[in-house]
Structure formats: C-alpha cells, structure tokens
Write a protein that binds this ligand. Structure first.
Ligand code: ATP
Ligand code: MG
Length: 572
C-alpha cells in the first residue's frame, strides 16, 4: 500500500464519527442554536459514581471539548429521601479526578423548584394538568397495558380553579404523603404509557439536603429534567436508552414552555454501559455497602470511580476505556477484561518497576560472604527511556516466591529445583543445592550457591550466560514488610443481575478478597505514598492503599500482567 493511501485510511478512521457527533456536526453546520454546543452531566446524588457514569461523563464533556462547547454539572436532586451531601462531594471529586471541569458552579435542579412550581400552575391554568385524589395503586390499576387503553381518572375533569386550589394546598402541606398527586392531562389511550397522564408532582414530607423544609411537594424526574435543560440552555441532552420512551413527554412539556429565540434542548439517547461480572445500579451498589458485603463505596472491588481509583486505575485508563467502547444505539455487555486491558496498557507505560515477594521462601546463598551487601543497578521502567535506574540491595539471605521452587519439578517447570539454575533479576545466577524442611515437611529454606562472575551487566561471559528463568527476589535483611490485598471479581457470574429467580447477591464471589500479611518489598518502597502505582515484577500492577500506616504498608493489586483479554481477541 502506498503511503498516501495509508494516511488516507488513518484520516478516515479519525473522521469516523459516532451518531451523536454526526448530529452535533449537522447542527453546527446548520447554525442551530448559533452553532453553540452545551451539554450537561446530570447525576442524582443518591450514590457514588460508577464506571457507567464515567461513560456518560466522557461523552458529555468530550463532545463539548471537541466542538468548543461547555458542559454543566447539574445535580438532579428531586428526591429528598435518598440524597445526601456526601454523594454531592464524591461526585464532584470523581469528575475532577477524571480530568474534567464543568462550567461555572455546580448546579442543582432544586434551585429551579420555584420555577418548576410556577410552570406547574401554568399547566393547570391552561387545562393541561389536574390533581388526582386517588392512591398510586388505584392509578396504576387504571393505566392499562400497551395494547389496552387506560381508564380516565374520575378527577380528570376538575375545574381549573379547583385544581389550582388543591395544588396550592398540596404545596402548603395540607395533605399527607400519597394523598394527592398532580398529573399531566395528556391521553389515557396513548400507545406510549408515559403519556397516559403521567405524574408531575407528588407529596413528600421530607427534609431536602438543600432546600430543607421549604417544600413538601417534589417534581417527578420527567417534570424536572427537560425544564432544567431548558433553563440552562442545554443544546444536546444526552441520556441512556431507557429514556427514549420518555422523549415524547420531554417534548410535550417543552412545547408548552418554549418561546422563540431560546435554545430548545434535544434529547438524544445512547446505550448504557454494561459490564460482565458487574452490577451497575447505584441502588444495588448501596445494598452491598449497607450490608457490609464490601468495605465501602470505594472498596477496590467496586465498579465505582472511587473504587477503581483506590484499586490503582488511572484516570487516563478509565477515559480511554469509556472512549474506546464507543457509543451505541443498542444495549450490549462489555467484557470487564477490556477495562483491565486499558489499565494494564496505561500502567505499562507509566508504572515504576519494583521487586516484591508476596509468598516468601527464604534463600541462603552459602558461598556469599556473611555481612556483605551490594547495591545492584536495575531499570525503573524499560518502557520509558527517561525513567532511569535505581539500586537494590543484594545479600546472602534473600526471599523468592514459594511458587518459583519445586522439589520435584515436572519437565516443563523451568524455575528453581534442586540442582537447577536460575538468574535473579539484575543480579546473579544461583543454583539450588539443598532444602531445609520443618517438622511437618514444609520447605523452609533453600540452600543455594551463586556464580560469582555472573552479575548482570558486568560484561563477563558468565553474565551473558543463558538460563531458563529469571526470578524476582528481595534481600531479606533489607526487605520491608507489607500487607498485600489481592482481588478477584466481586461476582462469580457473568451476569449477576440477569437471573429472574435469583438475587444478584447470591452470585457474590466469596473469594473476591485475599489478604497476604507477610509480603516482602524492596526497601525503595519505604517512601511510597498512598495512591502510588507500581509494577511488581512478574506479578502485576499494584498501588499503595489508604489503609497504610507509618511502617505498615498496605498494597492493593490493581491487575495482573497477563493479558487474557487481548489474547482472547487475537484468537477470535
Ligand atoms: P443507576 O441506575 O446506576 O442508579 P442512574 O441512571 O439512576 O444510574 P443518574 O445519577 O441518574 O444514575 O445518572 C447520571 C447520568 O449518567 C445519566 O445521564 C445517566 O443516563 C448516565 N448513566 C447512568 N448509568 C449509566 C451507564 N451504565 N452507562 C452510561 N451512562 C449512564
Ligand atoms: Mg437515576
């Protein structure tokens, strides 16, 4: 292929737009809304953000960045019962951590409560809304089915005056929760169930985290979202597919408000992100937190942004993941291995290499002088030419991994066995001569000899000698102790949410956490800070957990080195 053709293809790939970008580009071309782009991210502050939200964040902020627009952060705080300022804080932290800045101050739907109330009265005044005295259950019974029309409420034809009076008394607190609702008067036989006189306002005597006791009626999502978009001048209101059926209502409400020369928001739906082996609803994640199945919202096994961060995921890897899974119009499930692939890919470039032994086995090099120590040079990161080198101590007593030795190794085991040689990374070739065992037969010490001339990088013939395996190791006298937490998937089922007869909690993996208390790290890790990320050689990527104390490091395993996902892709 000619060079020009190659670059043409590369250009075309870059140009391949997702369907939302196509809409946005068309709107810009047609000078719709004076070619301005204004998106919003509208979380309900009823839990911590999860990886699904990351997709929505990357989409909303990404579109605005790409087309010179802006993005609002709006807390969709219409339900006082489940919302909390702790969530408001964590959501802001997570968005900033992901690398995005919203326009101006964070906004709140609750700031629009007066306006929304005014618009509700306006609907009543134009005969488009009424107060229903029936209970939610009674109303549900009248809803009909998609193929069977609903039944009109006996209160549907109240006069405007009566409706206004009742609605004002709802606001004034004269009625108990559930005693009355305000409903839109649309069409009880509409094929779209959301147009069968949907609820607009309900009575809820509850303290709101921002408005306190001012209100005892609260707007429903459908009677808040579109208007909030309209108030803020949002041009493209991007939401997940389940809201597609709400769009006619979104538009019905805007039809009643829109005046010329204002921005009329357009709702566009995309497929939500689903991940295998993961539950993603905040309600379910809250259940795990409340019942102590995990240690908190930021438990490193959680699919929350704060959990991923604590686990050692980088913001860049989360953004890359969200971007590269793409924007679809149909729901699908993404292999969680792809998320792991993205963090591995990023940390491979960035993470400093370190030596650590998780399941230590003592090695004594009998021909190495007692009391001697050498500081040997090793690469910080072979993937990064600017990463430089550091020194690690070598001495007569070391630790290697238990799994790197076998007393009776099968033919294909190339690591250490009696009479066999291996290289210690950046150090010497050693040979195992004998083992010591405890009373119950467990191997406690390997006695080895070393080839004095074989030091890596010394330039000797022996230093270039090939042996079948290179092991990581830590000098016993210099090692620092650490607790290392290893994680497996939180659920043992690919689709924990997808079983009709079983609760998702039945699929919790009882072995999702294992704690190793006696790990040995090279001494350079003594100054590691909470959140710092490393590659422990031959083991995977790790980071320092916030539970660490002075002289008592706690380390999380982020992800292993092996790339099962990429391998599986190649096979396909
Ligand atoms: P959950 O079901 O987890 O509680 P939600 O949709 O109720 O999520 P919100 O706080 O209302 O959560 O969502 C904020 C924004 O994030 C919305 O625009 C929503 O569509 C989007 N979002 C939520 N979950 C996902 C997901 N899995 N994939 C993509 N976008 C999502
Ligand atoms: Mg929600």
């Amino acid at each position: 292929m000619k060079m020009e053709d190659k670059s043409k293809i590369a250009n075309e790939e870059e140009r391949s737009l997702n369907f939302i970008e196509q809409i946005v580009e068309e709107d810009i071309e047609n000078k719709k809304n004076e070619a301005k782009i204004h998106t919003r991210f509208p979380p309900e502050p009823n839990g911590y953000l999860h990886i699904g939200h990351a997709k929505s964040i990357v989409l909303n902020f990404g579109i605005a960045q790409k087309y010179g627009g802006i993005t609002n952060l709006r807390f969709d705080d219409t339900n006082p019962v489940t919302e909390d300022t702790e969530y408001v804080q964590s959501i802001q932290n997570d968005i900033k951590w992901l690398g995005y800045e919203w326009e101006g101050e964070a906004l709140y739907t609750s700031d629009y409560f007066d306006k929304l109330y005014e618009w509700a009265e306006k609907l009543i005044n134009t005969g488009k809304a009424y107060v229903d005295d029936q209970s939610a259950e009674e109303i549900a019974k009248q809803k009909g089915t998609p193929t069977k029309p609903g039944v009109e409420s006996p209160f549907r034809n109240r006069t405007i005056e009566e409706n206004l009076d009742l609605f004002r008394r709802m606001k004034a607190g004269e009625f108990k929760n559930g005693e009355k609702v305000l409903r839109a008067k649309i069409d009880m036989s509409s094929p779209n169930m959301h147009l069968r006189d949907p609820f607009l306002y309900r009575i809820l005597h509850a303290k709101h985290h921002r408005t306190g006791d001012k209100w005892c009626i609260y707007p429903m999502y459908d009677f808040a979202h579109g208007q909030s978009d309209y108030i803020e001048g949002i041009t493209h209101s991007l939401c997940t597919l389940e809201f597609e059926v709400h769009r006619p209502l979104y538009d019905w409400i805007l039809d009643g408000l829109y005046t010329e020369n204002t921005v009329r928001p357009r709702q566009i739906e995309f497929a939500r992100l689903n991940l295998s082996y993961t539950v993603m609803s905040k309600r379910k994640l809250l259940e795990l937190v409340k019942n102590n199945y995990v240690t908190g919202w930021d438990d490193p096994r959680m699919p929350t942004i704060s959990g991923l961060r604590r686990r050692g995921y980088t913001a860049e890897s989360v953004r890359n993941f969200a971007e590269k899974v793409g924007i679809a119009k149909r729901n699908n499930v993404i292999d969680v291995g792809l998320l792991e692939f993205r963090v591995r890919e990023d940390l491979n470039k960035k993470a400093q290499r370190m030596m650590a032994v998780l399941n230590p086995l003592k090695v004594i090099i009998d021909n190495y002088p007692e009391g001697k120590e050498e500081w040997l040079e090793t690469d910080n990161n072979p993937e990064d030419e600017n990463a430089g080198k550091r020194k690690i101590p070598f001495s007569r007593e070391l630790y290697i991994e238990q799994a790197d030795f076998m007393e009776n190794p099968p033919r294909k085991f190339f690591r250490l066995g009696i009479g066999r040689e291996v290289r210690l990374k950046s150090a010497y070739i050693i040979k195992c001569e004998s083992v010591e065992k405890s009373a119950d037969g467990e191997i406690t010490v390997l006695h080895c000899t070393y080839d004095v001339d074989s030091r890596s990088g010394s330039g000797t013939e022996a230093s270039k000698r090939k042996v079948k395996a290179t092991l990581h190791w830590v000098s016993a006298a210099h090692a620092i102790n650490a607790e290392v937490r290893l994680y497996d998937r939180l659920f043992s089922d690919e689709d924990p949410d997808g079983h009709k007869d079983k609760n998702f909690k039945e699929f919790l993996n009882s072995e999702s956490l294992s704690v190793l208390k006696d790990c040995k790290l090279e001494p350079n890790l003594a100054s590691a800070k909470v959140g710092e990320q490393f590659q422990f050689q031959r083991l995977g990527y790790f980071c320092v957990d916030k539970d660490s104390q002075e002289n008592a490091l706690v380390i999380n395993k982020t992800v292993g080195l092996r790339d099962n996902w990429a391998k599986a892709q190649r096979k396909k």
